[in-house]
Design a protein around this ligand. Structure first.
Ligand code: NAD
Length: 281
């Protein structure tokens, strides 16, 4: 079974981005800048935000992490986002999810100026994506396509199954796959008999947030499986939505967790921030 490791893809793309950033810094007279807002102290969010900031610095961007306590009023965060929207030195703004309950996703999605919405969650950017004229590529789905392209896995004409329909992964991934001429099956919590539908697919993308959900009997032999799920057990071990023991010998390729979709997501975030900064220049 081939392991769709992000390492070679990220190494190459990050080196390219570093070079392009050096040239853009000369044109702009400053580095591309990413502002990340982190609310509360969810341990996983702290780790992800740290990785994003680190990766941004490594390619030559500047970045800042703006922290708020879990109980922060919605208006306080909105005020800060408006300041960032108005600041010409800020190219990309990301509000780390999950949000605390007083911040409503449908409101927050409208806060970030669409031209700085490097997470691609603003309805305007989703509309542009769905109508085939994307301003930004959503980070996780975009990273998945880069991974498949690197390993020469054909999308056009294949039957694909997306497990999950979240705004951040499942829905935009479905849209991108359709735009690459795949035929789509999309599963969610209320799908009856999901395993038999999944088994029809040549390519399977799992973003259900359910540890070990995908077992061997969900997969067609020789399929390609991309595992988006991230679960940390009490010993700190990270696993995904695929039950790796039960699928042994069935798929042709599988993306590892960790080391698959996660690093690709960060790469697209950097590329989106670079694109936003380039449009300023
Ligand atoms: P979410 O909870 O918002 O959505 C989960 C989706 O899966 C829902 O649409 C639900 O209907 C569907 N689902 C749940 N159980 C199912 C089942 N048994 N059968 C069919 N469908 C089912 O989750 P999300 O934000 O999309 O994240 C999914 C997973 O991906 C999580 O583990 C998350 O941590 C991970 N994630 C990873 C990255 C990354 O960069 N690697 C990025 C985002 C999310």
């Amino acid at each position: 079974m081939i392991s769709l490791s992000a390492k070679p893809v990220v190494e190459k793309r990050r080196a390219d981005l570093q070079g392009k950033t050096t040239r853009l810094r000369a044109t702009l007279g400053r580095a591309p800048h990413l502002s990340v807002i982190l609310i509360g102290d969810d341990p996983a969010s702290q780790v992800y935000v740290g990785r994003k900031a680190n990766a941004a610095t490594k390619v030559g961007f500047t970045s800042e992490t703006i922290r708020f306590p879990e109980t922060v009023p919605s208006e306080t965060v909105l005020k800060r986002v408006r300041e960032l929207n108005a600041d010409p030195r800020v190219d990309g703004i990301l509000i780390q999810r999950p949000l605390p309950s007083q911040l409503k996703e449908k409101d927050v999605a409208l806060w970030v100026d669409p031209s700085k919405d490097v997470d691609c969650l603003h309805p305007e950017n989703i509309g542009l994506l769905v109508t085939g004229n994307p301003r930004f590529i959503p980070c996780t789905p975009g990273g998945i396509l880069l991974l498949l392209d690197h390993y020469g896995i054909q999308i056009e004409g294949r039957t694909v199954c997306v497990v999950g329909r979240s705004a951040i992964v499942g829905k935009p991934l479905a849209s991108l796959l359709l735009s690459r001429n795949a035929s789509l099956i999309q599963l969610h919590r209320r799908t009856p008999d999901p395993a038999s539908l999944c088994k029809l697919a040549d390519l399977v993308f799992v973003a259900a947030g359910s540890r070990g959900l995908i077992k061997g009997d969900w997969l067609k032999p020789g399929s390609v499986v991309v595992d988006v799920g991230i679960h940390r057990d009490t010993s700190g071990r990270i696993t995904g939505d695929v039950d790796t023991d039960s699928i042994l010998g069935i798929p042709h390729a599988l993306s590892p967790v960790p080391g698959g979709v996660g690093p690709m997501t960060i790469q697209v975030l950097l590329e989106n921030t670079f694109a936003a900064a380039s449009r300023e220049g």
